[in-house]
Design a protein around this ligand. Sequence first.
Ligand SMILES: [Fe+2]
Length: 294
Amino acid sequence: MSHFSLDHEADYQAWKTQKLTDYPTRLADLVVEVRDPFDLSRGEVEAILSRCAKTNMALFCLTHPERIHQNPLPAMTARLGISEIDHNLGADGEGLSSLTPGGSKHAPFAHYIPYREAAIGWHTDGYYNPANHPVQALCLYCERPAHEGGENDLLDHDLVYIQLRDHHPEALDALMRPDAMTIPARLENDGAIARPERSGPVFSYTLSGLHMRFTNRVKSIRWRDDDATRQAVEIVRGLFAAKEPIQFRGRLEKGWGLISNNVLHTRAAFSDPPEAEKRVLYRARFFDRLPRTP
Ligand SMILES: [Fe+2]
């Protein structure tokens, strides 16, 4: 996909014009009503995929969530055309993670932040994956929202790329280096290496699209040790703070979900009363991107 190459200016300008024309401005523009998630209609599939092609994300909203008693993500994602599920350690046998306090299937992960109630800053999923095996699609389904909180901010990473390319090309260049960002090894309690150190670029691209690998956390991450990279990270953080380019904010309610090409996102802290049933969100990650058309 040559328009993401810094050498192909005319292709980039043409892509950008198309990308920004009629770009949605309201969360509601992203929402597709779904009648039966186990039997998506052609119109529902087209509505979801066309939004993903435009903004890298779509939200879905079941018209009858009370009729659904099992996680619909496997059926929906198969119908939408993605299949290379990431069987990560916190997931169950189908590759689905239940994001609920204490919900990790892998005991050492139970204290990890997705399985707690704390806020999570801007990131894309799988930022610690090998650079040649990134999480391309991220899908969520809300079975039960929290009593309070748990909202998400969402930001199309293509727009961050455009901001950098147009206003800070040297920063973009720094973030496309293969050693821009390094996640240190994860060690077991006995010191054995559970996951080796991983380095990779923030922005990379293939024929099917742009990928962003990012976390705003400051612990357990090592940025390339030079001024260009440090300045680039500050510029990206400044974009988040300025809410420019456009960010969407909303909360997945019961029967709502996200289908995305692993867009940037946050999660607000949430809480449930001590005796109440806890928030349950299902997550599925894929190594393939959503097709642009059915
Ligand atoms: Fe995430």
